[in-house]
Design a protein around this ligand. Structure first.
Ligand SMILES: [Zn+2]
Length: 422
């Protein structure tokens, strides 16, 4: 076989980068499905969110079934990976560490010290910092020629996504004929934003503020680009979920700091939790809770950190112990409306809080989730985020939207406040 050169073409295997075409399609059983649970799915009848009439929408519980995600190559664990699982941040461990993204950034196949290939260098790159590169619907992966030295963060299409992004029209029609009523082909864009230089995600203290801010800037620019192109292709009413999975215990399979964005292009509604948020904000009307709340009052404060732009607080109804919620002080609906000052300040603040949690020996495996109003919805909303450290949860908690927390949010807030200032 000939060695890859930068000019060579790569034919994507079934569902790599969300591509389904005549060449790689084999069987319906591997198709990514969005499946609504018939026992919790309700048709949205109201015109509350300004929906167009021509399509049925739901809210409820749904699952993305994506067989390819189970097949993605996860390399055998090296000593570095094992230490990463423990959140070991000593520099000597990470010096010269090679990951799959290094191969992407250098546009060349890369092997680990034992000679097994960790990456072939092919990718689809949407953003180099905030500069547009490939179209979010591009279907030809390639190697990156050169990333300028100044670049701090990049946004790529996820190679092993939960949703199909570019689907051959004939195949799409035949897939849809075979699916049952509550199932559909899961369509969407899965983005991944990473730092150009390697920083282990469990070692937040090592990530410079400006690098984390650059990850936010690149995410924002990429979402805007993807939405613009999606609307151009007649997709509408688009839920967008930006998030970080930090650590293998909460879904982060790569050790390098990275965020993800799920852009759902099915246009068929949203989950039951988002429905509850949308209805709650609707009920609040002009009396927005996040705009006026002091989060626990002036004596028993649940506030953890307050800056010119953001408030962070221990939420009064935690889904895990040490669950922290945060929101911009400005009443805005989406992540993409955050400006450069708000995003820069967010990077600094999250870092300060993560360092405080580290000092308190809170599990370093954490999720950061942003909740925003979907594109196309005519709904009032105040965007917010959650920082949720990993914890094992029990039975009753899986059955309903309920959690048992053992720590008082007031104590949590006080402990974190003390850890930030000490
Ligand atoms: Zn508000």
């Amino acid at each position: 076989m000939k060695e890859d050169s930068n000019q060579s073409e790569y034919k994507p295997k079934f569902m790599e980068w969300g591509i389904i075409n005549k060449e790689n399609f084999s069987s319906i059983k591997d198709v990514p499905i969005k499946r609504w649970d018939p026992l919790s799915t309700v048709i949205i009848t109201s015109k509350d969110f300004g929906f167009r009439e021509e399509r049925q929408r739901f809210y409820g519980h749904y699952s993305y079934l994506s067989p390819i995600r189970g097949k993605r190559p996860i390399p055998l664990k090296t000593m570095e990976d094992k230490k990463n699982d423990l959140g070991d941040c000593s520099e000597v461990i990470w010096k010269g560490y090679k990951d799959v993204f290094m191969s992407v950034l250098e546009g060349t196949p890369m092997h680990n010290d034992w000679g097994s290939q960790i990456g072939d260098g092919f990718t689809i790159i949407i953003m180099e910092d905030e500069k547009r590169r490939d179209n979010p619907f591009l279907d030809i992966p390639h190697k990156i020629e050169k990333i300028p030295e100044s670049c701090k963060a990049l946004t790529l299409i996820n190679r092993y996504p939960s949703m199909a992004r570019v689907v051959d029209q004939d195949i799409k029609v035949s897939i849809e004929k075979l699916l049952s009523r509550h199932s559909k082909l899961a369509e969407g864009i899965n983005l991944i934003t990473l730092s150009r230089d390697f920083y282990p995600s469990l070692c937040f203290a090592l990530i410079p503020d400006d690098v984390l801010a650059s990850i936010f800037f690149s995410m924002k620019a990429a979402i805007l680009y993807a939405i613009e192109e999606a609307i151009d292709r007649d997709y509408y009413d688009i839920p967008v979920n930006p998030f970080f999975n930090i650590g293998t215990k909460v879904g982060g399979s790569q050790p390098r700091i990275h965020s993800q964005v799920y852009i759902d292009l099915n246009g068929d509604g949203h989950g039951s939790r988002l429905e509850a948020y949308l209805q709650a904000f609707k009920e609040m009307g002009n009396d927005c809770h996040l705009c006026k709340s002091t989060h626990g009052g002036s004596n028993e404060r649940r506030i953890i950190l307050e800056t010119n732009f953001w408030a962070f607080f221990a939420t009064g109804s935690p889904v895990r112990n040490y669950h922290i919620r945060f929101h911009p002080k400005e009443h805005i609906r989406r992540f993409t409306q955050l400006n450069v000052n708000q995003l820069g300040d967010l990077a600094k603040s999250i870092k300060a809080i993560f360092e405080a949690l580290d000092k308190m020996n809170v599990d370093k495996n954490r999720n950061i989730l942003f909740t925003c109003v979907p594109y196309g919805y005519d709904a009032d909303f105040h965007m917010f985020g959650d920082i949720i450290p990993h914890e094992i949860i029990g039975g009753a908690e899986m059955a309903d939207d309920m959690r048992v927390a053992r720590k008082s949010p007031y104590e949590v807030a006080e402990e974190i406040r003390n850890a930030i200032t000490s």
